[in-house]
Ligand binder design. Structure first.
Ligand code: CTP
Length: 132
């Protein structure tokens, strides 16, 4: 069995998220998602996620191509998480191109093209504009 791992916040779930998860799963038989804690998201993006961890976890877990979700609490622990979850491959969107090459000694590292013209940040901005 080939195990895949990916990481992200997946806040305000959108089609870019769905596509990367589906494509990640196609590289193996089992997909684990390291889902950023609310605190980690705040430290990365300077804002709280719209949906709290428990809701984001519930949404992702209900997708048929997601087999397991765990909380990513620190960016520094990626190597540990990859090892703990016995991942054969790490799949990330190409906004992270090259950033995880250091893990090539323990798993395959694959970057996939992002879906154009959609992001959580942009959705939040559009909704904010409509209401201002
Ligand atoms: N992703 C993608 N295509 C998009 C948006 C995101 O493939 N249009 C991928 C990212 O490359 C990443 C995963 O989805 O591997 C989770 O990304 P995340 O940062 O949670 O989503 P974004 O929409 O990029 O969020 P934000 O705008 O807050 O940065």
């Amino acid at each position: 069995m080939r195990r895949i791992i990916t990481f992200g916040t997946f806040d305000v779930l959108h089609v870019g998220h769905i596509r990367i998860l589906k494509r990640a799963k196609a590289y193996g038989d089992h997909l684990t998602v390291g889902l950023s804690s609310d605190e980690l998201n705040f430290s990365k993006k300077g804002r709280n996620p719209i949906y709290p961890y428990s809701s984001r976890e519930e949404l992702l877990s209900s997708l048929r191509f997601v087999d397991e979700v765990f909380m990513e609490e620190s960016l520094e622990k990626k190597r540990e998480y990859i090892t703990q979850h016995n991942a054969d491959a790490l799949v990330m969107g190409n906004d992270w191109e090259g950033k995880f090459d250091e893990f090539k000694d323990i798993c395959d590292v694959i970057y996939l093209p992002r879906t154009p013209s959609i992001s959580t940040t942009e959705i939040i901005e559009i909704i904010r504009d409509v209401h201002s």
